[in-house]
Structures are given as C-alpha cells and as structure tokens.
Design a protein around this ligand. Structure first.
Ligand SMILES: NS(=O)(=O)c1ccc(CCCCO)cc1
Ligand SMILES: [Zn+2]
Length: 268
C-alpha cells in the first residue's frame, strides 16, 4: 500500500495519501487497533462460533448523509427492529448505519486486507450492543459496545440492490448534505454465504478510534460495477461553501499492527 509519509514524529504519522487524516493515526496507548491484514494461515478455526443471524427491517431506514469522511445510510435504532445476533456475539446488537471506504482507483480502497490482498472498496455495517447500553454514543466508548460487519467489494457485474443507493448519491455530494432515504434492505448488500467469516477484537477506523469493535469480516465478497463505484468517487470531502473541492477517495486508514491478537475463523 502506497503511503507517502510527509512527516513522521515519534507518536503521530501524517500521511499525504489520506487527506482525511489530520488527526493522530495511531490511538495513543492503543493495542487493539483496526484495520489489519488478515493472515489466513494464522487465523484459528473456532468450532464454537455460531452462524450469524442478521434480522433487518427495511422500514427502519431513514436517511443518507455525507459526513465528510464517507456517506452513511442511517437506520432508526430507537427500537430492536434491525438486529444482529449470533456469530461471536453474546448479546443483541442494533444496526445504526452502514457506510463504505474506497480508493481513487480500483487497485486499492479496502481497509482490511486478506493475505495483503487489497479490494477496491469495503462495506461496514455498524451495530451497537443494546443489551448493555441504551444508545450508540454510550456503546462506542465500551469494549464490547460495537459489532461491525465488513464486506469486501470487487469490480464485476452491476449490483442491482446497490443501484437505489447510487442513484441518490449526487444529492449528498457535499459534506454535511442529507437526504431522506427509506425502505432500503441492507441485507441485500451481504454476500450469499455469511457463515464463513473472520472475527477479531479491534477499533473504529476513524476518530474517535475507540477499541469497542468486534469485527466480523466476510470471506465472500460482493460484486459492484465499475460505474457504480465511480459514483462513490464523485462525492466530495468538502462542503458546498469551501473554495477548493476535494474528491472523496482513499478514505481508508493505514493498517495497524496485530499486537498479539488472534483472528478466529468460522470455517476451516
Ligand atoms: N469505519 S468504522 O466502521 O470503524 C466506524 C464506525 C462508526 C464510526 C462512528 C463514530 C462516531 C462517534 O460518535 C466511526 C468509524
Ligand atoms: Zn468504516
């Protein structure tokens, strides 16, 4: 992965490649940071891992907004309508949003990699522990607070379910723009096989970088067309008022060291 280091002090690494990264790239004192490279042969099969049981209600979909890092599709998480259970999770988790990370070219863009293999983009479906906490903002600070499903995107045939989302992206081109978006079933973005995944204890990959995430990375990718991904790249990091417009690309974090963690697999 190309990473132009413009300045490198003891604690913080600044990178010209990641325009979004003004803040610290390494959380001070962090020992379970994300993303990571998943070394397949080093992952450990765990026969006790259960099948993942997502149960999403498309009626909880509410809006799309450009937060200046990515675009988020947000879900009403005031009740237990769109939930995730099973897999490595002991508790019930509520879907609050999903978003993506992508590159300026199809050669890179994902945050996680599999034996160093990069994908052009990565989907994150973000859930919080509603058995233990009463709102996302609380759960984001706790070590078992969040569960994020990661799905790799590959360039191939057009993804019909994604197209509804792609069609509204021009309406949220600028940072802080919001548009109503309803009745979108996020399950359509999951791969056909969700029984094969890797899981590990990690963090948010954007500020506040809190070490609150149980990561569940799908082995099977989904396919989207070149043109669909090109629309992601038409988004902007910058708001409508700013003079210089910056394309929303390369919104991924540099990889973090495993620091002794074990990545478990649900398959052999
Ligand atoms: N790329 S990620 O899935 O790790 C992720 C998920 C959610 C947030 C939101 C943090 C908001 C704090 O109030 C930030 C990053
Ligand atoms: Zn993310």
């Amino acid at each position: 992965r190309r990473c132009n280091l413009t300045a490198c002090s003891s604690k913080y690494v600044l990178s010209a490649l990641h325009p979004m990264w003004q803040g610290p790239l390494v959380a001070p004192g962090g020992n379970r940071q994300s993303p990571i490279d998943i070394r397949v042969r080093k992952s450990v099969f765990d026969p006790h891992l259960k099948p993942l049981t997502p149960d999403y209600d498309p009626r909880t979909c509410s809006q799309i907004w450009n937060n200046g890092y990515s675009f988020l599709v947000e879900y009403d998480d005031t009740t237990d309508k769109s939930t995730l259970k099973g897999g490595p999770l002991e508790d019930n988790f509520r879907l609050c949003q999903f978003h993506f990370h992508w590159g300026e070219s199809n050669a890179w863009g994902s945050e996680h990699t599999v034996d160093r293999r990069l994908f052009p983009a990565e989907l994150h479906m973000v859930h919080w522990n509603s058995d233990k906490y009463s709102r996302f903002e609380e759960a984001v600070m706790e070590e078992n607070g969040l569960a994020v499903i990661g799905v790799f995107l590959k360039i191939g045939k057009r993804h019909e379910g994604l197209q509804k989302l792609v069609d509204v992206l021009p309406a949220v081109r600028h940072k802080d723009s919001v548009v109503e978006f309803t009745r979108f079933d996020p399950a359509c973005l999951l791969p056909t096989n969700i029984d094969d995944y890797w899981t590990y204890a990690g963090s948010l990959t954007t500020p506040p970088l809190t070490e609150a995430v149980t990561w569940i990375i799908m082995k099977q990718h989904i396919e989207v067309s070149h043109d669909q991904l090109a629309v992601f790249r038409s988004l902007l990091f910058t708001s409508a008022e700013e003079e210089v417009q910056k394309s929303m690309v390369n919104n991924f974090r540099v990889q973090q060291s495993l620091q002794g963690r074990t990545v478990r697999s649900s398959f052999t």
